[in-house]
Design a binder for this molecule. Structure first.
Ligand code: SAH
Length: 257
């Protein structure tokens, strides 16, 4: 699909739950009658977003602020309309340029591991569709996000501006070298797999900070949680296995999608 097509699809994207016509009012009822609410069926919730949240809970995500943000964020706007019906399923989806939007569980797991309080300056490497950026923007003070591919960065920037995510700064460039200006971040999230933790990112991590990064070659990687204590000593822990596209750059891999 060309970029133009993608944009026009984006403009016309409607949340799937809003597409079905509203049920017509029943004229035979007297105006003062309050129709009895249908008994609430026990069982799976109805809306796709709520189903997604229920699945995230089942898989162990506990952060209620995060779950509320993901429930309310229109995930279908971050993928082409042809994929909208799959937007809330727990799957990885293509976003163009050979890149992918991570499955909701992965977005949630990485975000939860950052332990955001809402006050952080946060650096994200790999803007992609902007979905993860949007989640982070609601849970931190300011998001600085770097994307290597200009077409993806432009599209994410336009969509997030339209949705009024105002606490985000965008850069196009090699995020394996960190933010292009000298500054420190309380949190860093890398959404592409690196051969190892880039030194530039470690240097830009503030004392007391946390960095989450998938580490390894194509195929399967380890999701790492790296902490820098107040004395500057760095420790790392493997959280779980994961699968990401490669981080391509000076402190990443040579080639990628
Ligand atoms: N977080 C994204 C998923 C992104 S996939 C989302 O929610 O949609 C990983 C992204 O990292 C891709 O868009 C890819 O182009 C980007 N990327 C790869 N290497 C990079 C680098 N060195 N600097 C910045 N972005 C990079």
């Amino acid at each position: 699909m060309s970029r133009k097509d993608f944009f026009s699809e984006l403009r016309h994207a409607t949340p799937p739950e809003e597409r079905s016509p509203r049920p017509a009012p029943t004229p035979s009822q007297p105006s003062h009658a309050v129709p009895a609410a249908p008994p609430r069926e026990p069982g799976p919730p109805q809306r796709p977003a709520e189903r997604m949240i229920a699945q995230l809970r089942e898989r162990g995500i506990r952060d209620e602020r995060l779950l509320a943000v993901m429930r309310d964020l229109p995930r279908q706007l971050f993928v082409a309309e042809a994929l909208a019906s799959r937007a809330y399923t727990d799957s990885t989806l293509p976003i163009g340029e050979g890149q992918t939007l991570s499955q909701p569980y992965t977005v949630a797991r990485m975000t939860e591991a950052l332990q955001l309080k809402g006050e952080e300056a946060l650096l994200e490497i790999g803007t992609g569709s902007g979905y993860q950026t949007a989640v982070l923007s609601r849970l931190s003070r300011w998001v600085f996000t770097v994307e290597r591919l200009p077409a993806l960065s432009d599209r994410a920037r336009q969509l997030l501006a339209r949705l009024r995510f105002d606490n985000v700064s965008y850069k196009v460039g090699d995020g394996s070298l960190g933010w292009p200006y000298d500054r420190r971040f309380e949190r860093i999230l890398v959404t592409a797999a690196a051969p190892d933790v880039p030194q530039s990112l470690l240097d830009q991590l503030a004392p007391g900070g946390v960095l989450i990064l998938p580490q390894g070659a194509s195929g399967e990687q380890n999701l790492l949680r790296v902490e820098k204590n107040l004395k500057g000593v760095v420790s790392r822990k493997i959280l779980e296995k994961c699968q990401f596209v490669p981080l391509v750059g000076a402190q990443g891999w040579d080639k990628g999608g």
